[in-house]
Structures are given as structure tokens and as C-alpha cells.
Write a protein that binds this ligand. Structure first.
Ligand SMILES: C[S@@+](CC[C@H](N)C(=O)[O-])C[C@H]1O[C@@H](n2cnc3c(N)ncnc32)[C@H](O)[C@@H]1O
Length: 274
């Protein structure tokens, strides 16, 4: 039997109302997450390399290879400093990073190889994009920061053209035999690095908790189907430590109409797309 879709915040998974080990109101969660990324932005890329031993680079390259056949309007949602956006640049593609953190995007803008990437301020829960306007949307290590996960997935589906592709790279559940070592790494090594390098141990404790609370491979696939995606499947990376999730927007969503509220929001924000 399939679970009912999470239509309201009260029905949503507890990721929507948690900050680290604490339970917080959703507005408070959103504000705290915003502060986390503003604070860690200058050392974010270095921390990624240290925490994952550089593995995140290979995972992002795999993501880019899996979507290599897509062209047109490409969105790197929660794109941060633009790691993935840079890999997605190519002929026939217009690549846009969407992220709520000005600090993260400012670091990205200054990096080499970013010419051609557009930067747009926005959140997954309310994408500043028109219905059926996107050919490919990817998100890498970003969705667990959304304050309303299910609504964010519905938003992604809304902006995709019929037949367009969604790919999500996220930490997931490693195989049972790997879990104890992985647990030690996340419980001790990551917060210690967060204290020593990023000087924000609490930010990295949040990171570890948000990974724990994020739906596992099968649960996330179920959420994608409930949010209206077709051709849902996933691919484990490094024995499930990370996972690539895929889905497409079904052709019947071609007839979805834009509400007046959305039309107003979209017409102002679309000017930034040019
Ligand atoms: C862990 S970083 C990932 C950055 C980049 N995608 C990568 O893989 O390196 C998470 C990003 O999510 C962004 N973020 C936080 N809340 C968000 C939301 N509600 N919607 C979209 N992005 C959000 C943060 O500002 C941050 O840049």
C-alpha cells in the first residue's frame, strides 16, 4: 500500500522540522540553515574535499555523465559554489545555479571556469521559474536543506518540461557492513574537521544529522513517485554512502496550468534568466 502524499507541513517527514538533533519550527529551521551556509561559505569547498577525501568530485562527475545527453535550459538547484554547474556547461546548454545563499554564490562567481553560468537567488520550495520551462534540473547535496521536502519535489516537477529529466545526488544509507565505520566518521571526524577547519562545529553537526534524517534510497524513490515523477530509479555510489536518484516529468503534466499567484512571481523572476 502506498502512503498518502505529504500535502501539508504537518504531514511532512520530520526532516522538515529538525535542525540537527533538535526539533524546531519550520521558519526557525530555514533561518538557521541560511546562517549555516552564510557562515561556512568561505571554507565550504575545502571542507567538502577533507570530509569526503575528494570523493564528492567523482560523484559529481558521475552525475554529470549520467545527464550528458540532455541539452537546453539546465538548472543546478541548491548549486552553492557551482561545482556541478561548471561540470554541466557545454554546447546547447544554458546553465543556471539557483540557491538562497548569496555568500555561497559569490564564492562560486569568483571561481575559474564559471563563465557562462547564470546565478539566481531562490529556494527549492518556491522556484523562481515558469511552469514547464526546464529541460534538466539537478540538485547535489541540497535537498536535505529544504524546509519542505515534498513541496520542493512538486516544484521541481512543475518547472520541468514534459519528458524532461531530474537528477539528485544525495547522501544515503550505506550497506550494513559499512555502517559502523561510516557512523564513526560522521560522529567524530566530520564535527572535528568542522571545528578545526571551518570553525563551525555546530554547522557540521547539523550536516551529519540532516544526512541521518534524509529518506533512504527506497523512501526517496517513493517520494518522487508521489510527487508525480515517472521513470524513477536510483544508483548507489560507494556502497550506498551516496546515491543518484533519477526521474522524469510525465507527458500528462503538459496541461498543468499556472495559478495567478505563480504567474506574477514567475514573470518578475524570469527577467533574471536572460
Ligand atoms: C551542501 S550545499 C551543496 C552545494 C552544491 N550543490 C554542492 O554539491 O557542492 C547545500 C546548498 O543548499 C542551499 N540551500 C539551503 N536551503 C535551501 C533551499 N531551501 N532551497 C535550495 N537550496 C537551499 C545552501 O545555501 C547551500 O548552498
Amino acid at each position: 500500500m502506498q502512503a498518502a502524499p505529504f500535502e501539508t507541513m504537518d504531514d511532512s517527514p520530520d526532516i522538515d522540522r529538525s535542525f540537527g538533533a533538535q526539533s524546531v519550527a519550520s521558519d526557525e529551521r530555514r533561518a538557521r540553515i541560511r546562517r549555516v551556509f552564510e557562515a561556512v561559505a568561505p571554507r565550504y569547498d575545502l571542507m567538502n574535499d577533507l570530509m569526503s577525501g575528494g570523493l564528492h568530485r567523482g560523484w559529481k562527475r558521475t552525475l554529470a555523465r549520467r545527464v550528458a545527453a540532455c541539452s537546453g535550459q539546465v538548472i543546478d538547484l541548491a548549486g552553492g559554489t557551482g561545482d556541478v554547474a561548471r561540470l554541466l556547461l557545454g554546447p546547447g546548454r544554458q546553465v543556471t545555479v539557483i540557491d538562497p545563499s548569496t555568500a555561497m554564490m559569490d564564492i562560486g562567481r569568483r571561481r575559474r571556469g564559471m563563465q557562462g553560468v547564470h546565478w539566481l537567488h531562490g529556494e527549492a520550495e518556491q522556484l523562481p521559474l515558469a511552469d514547464a520551462s526546464v529541460d534538466l534540473l539537478v540538485v547535489s547535496f541540497g535537498l536535505r536543506n529544504a524546509t519542505q521536502l515534498f513541496r520542493s519535489l512538486q516544484e521541481v516537477r512543475r518547472v520541468l518540461k514534459p519528458g524532461a529529466h531530474f537528477a539528485c545526488l544525495e547522501f544515503s544509507r550505506p550497506r550494513a557492513w559499512l555502517a559502523p565505520a561510516y557512523d564513526l566518521h560522521s560522529r567524530w571526524v566530520i564535527p572535528a574537521l568542522g571545528a578545526a577547519v571551518a570553525r563551525h562545529p555546530e554547522a557540521y553537526r547539523y550536516l551529519v544529522e540532516s544526512i541521518r534524517r534524509f529518506p533512504d534510497q527506497a523512501e526517496f524513490a517513493t517520494l518522487l513517485r508521489q510527487a508525480g515523477f515517472a521513470e524513477v530509479h536510483f544508483e548507489d555510489l560507494l556502497f550506498g554512502i551516496a546515491c543518484l536518484h533519477f526521474g522524469t516529468c510525465p507527458h500528462e503534466f503538459a496541461r498543468v496550468r499556472t495559478s495567478p499567484h505563480e504567474s506574477a512571481r514567475v514573470s518578475t523572476s524570469q527577467q533574471q534568466f536572460a
